[in-house]
Every structure is written in C-alpha cells, then in structure tokens.
Design a protein. Sequence first.
Lengths: 265, 89
Amino acid sequence: MSMSAPAVQSQPEIESLPVSSIRKHMKKLHTTAEYNQRYKRAWYYKPHPETQLPFHNSLATERSIVLGTQQGKTTAAGFEMAFAAMDWWPEWHTGLHPVPPNLERAAKFIGWYCGVTSQTVRDGAQEKLVGPIAQKDGLGTGALSLDMIESVTKSRGIDSFIDTIIVNRVSGGVALLQARTFEQSVLSYQGVPVDLGWVDEDLGYDDKIYNELLGRTIATNGRIICSLTPMLGLTPLRKRYNDSRDPSKIFQVRGGIEQALHIIE
Amino acid sequence: MTINRLDPEVQQINAHVTHEVVDHRKDSLEQLRTLKALNVPREKLEALFGYSGLPMLEKQLAEEDKTKPIDAEFTEIERDVDFELLGDV
C-alpha cells in the first residue's frame, strides 16, 4: 500500500504596492493642476443628468443602473463606491450619505465590489476605482483619489488583480474595499457586515449571491448598487428591479445612448 | 599600508538636502483665489478644478476667508481716566 503525501495548499502570494512612495514622487513630478487632473478624478466627475445623476441621488437602499455597453454605468457605480469609501460627497450629491454603525470589525466602512470573474473585476470595477495599475503611474487615476488610498494588496494568482484596497476616510478611520467574484461560492460572501455591495453585471439565474449580499447589509443598514447591461434576459435580479413597486426602496434607472453625453454623435 | 596608517586619507562629502512639502490642496485654494480675483469665467474654473471639485474648493475658500483676520487701520483713542474714582489701584 503506497502512502501518498498530503496535498499542501499554498497560500496565494500577496504583495503590497508602496503607495506612499508613489504618492510622494507623483506630487514632486506634477504641477498642482496636473496632479489634480490625474490623481483626483472625483473632482472632475460630472454625472449624466438623466441616468447617472438620479442613480446617485436616489434614497433607495437597492439601486440599479441599467445601460448599454460603454454608456457609463460602471463609471457611475464606481464613483458611488468611491464617494462612500472616502466619505467625500460632492455638492450635487443629495443621495444617501449614511454613517456606518459602530460595529466590532476591521474597518469603519466595508465595501465589496463583485463581478463575473477575476479578470472582469480587474478590468472593470477595479480599474474604475484605482485606475489601470498595470500601467506606469496608473495607480490613483480612478475614482479613488491617490491621496486617499492608504494601501492596495495584490493577489498574485492573476496579474494586477487587487484583493483589498484600504482607503482613508475624510471623517476619520479607514474603509476596506474587497473584490469578490460570481465564480466564488456563495459561502465566500458570508460572515462580514457590509456597508455597500456593488454588483457589476448581471448575476444570472442564480440569486443566492444577491440574497447573501442583502444579508450582509442588515447589521449596517447598508446598501446595494448594481450596474448592468441587460444581456441575460429576465434574470431574478432584473425581475426584482423591474417589478419594484416602491422606488424609494428598490430603484432602477434605465437609459440609452441618447443619455450618454460622453458618446459623440 | 604603512603610509595609509601614518597619513590616512580623509573623505569629505558635502550634501545639500532640500525638503519641500507639497500641499496641492493649499496650492489649489491659492490658485482659485487668484483666478477669482482675475474674474476668470466659471467654465474655465470648472475645467481647471472639476465639476465636483470646484464647489468644494469654493466652500473651503469661503470658510478660510471667514476665519482670516481682517487688515484694518486703527487709531488709539486717548481716554481721560479719573484716577480718583479708581481708588488705590
């Protein structure tokens, strides 16, 4: 009888980027205007009045922005997540500005950004939040200002995929933004009270993950935002928003290319 | 070796280090103050400081100006003090 050695599962290698060093050098290299325009993208965000603005300013705890490809849905959701994480709200933002409850947990605010696969999260939600980190000087060129990013932790399993972003909050304390994928089991969505869950793209015909996300927000009086292109038909997620009878609780904004002002005619 | 011990070489390095603290928020406020004094149109300010950033900076500028001491000329007024009324002060 042969004895096989027990399988050793190695932990994924984690590496951190020296954010403070990057910030120091970038401040030296750029003039104030250049620095602001590159590393404080939140200052320059102007929401489309018919689609993005109502999405931001809705007081509903579940919000969805349903637009076509490249029409600004991930951008809007990314900025909403960034504003909530930094606790920095532009003057025009009259939506919910919730104060996180005092719970025993790792950070003052916990946000999850969820996408289909690690690659789509990296190329979509992650890029909107922190910028294209694979590019030189790309970190901090997303919705989260470079000044506010405390650290990012990369998971080396997939190139340039960030596992956790730690953000300094204007009101004090830190926010923890973590990536999740629909590929992961619903079990990986358990355990932590979440203030804001962001579902980027449709979850498909299994609503377990969405229900679990709803569960995560109970203790925090949290919210869920969805940004999706309706490509999979009438899924449970779309049905939930389409059939909503109370837009003050479940709100959906839909639009077409006419409302996407950044697309040139 | 022996010469080195008798007459050791001395290396001297002159290093000039300049520390510069860059505060882009403060710089932005100063720039905005100057541009407002020059009556630069709002569209230009918005392009420079952003649609979301400009109102925030304007608010900060207003708050900063509120707490700033106002420069003013003053003259001292001589008062006739009746020392008898004050008693043994």
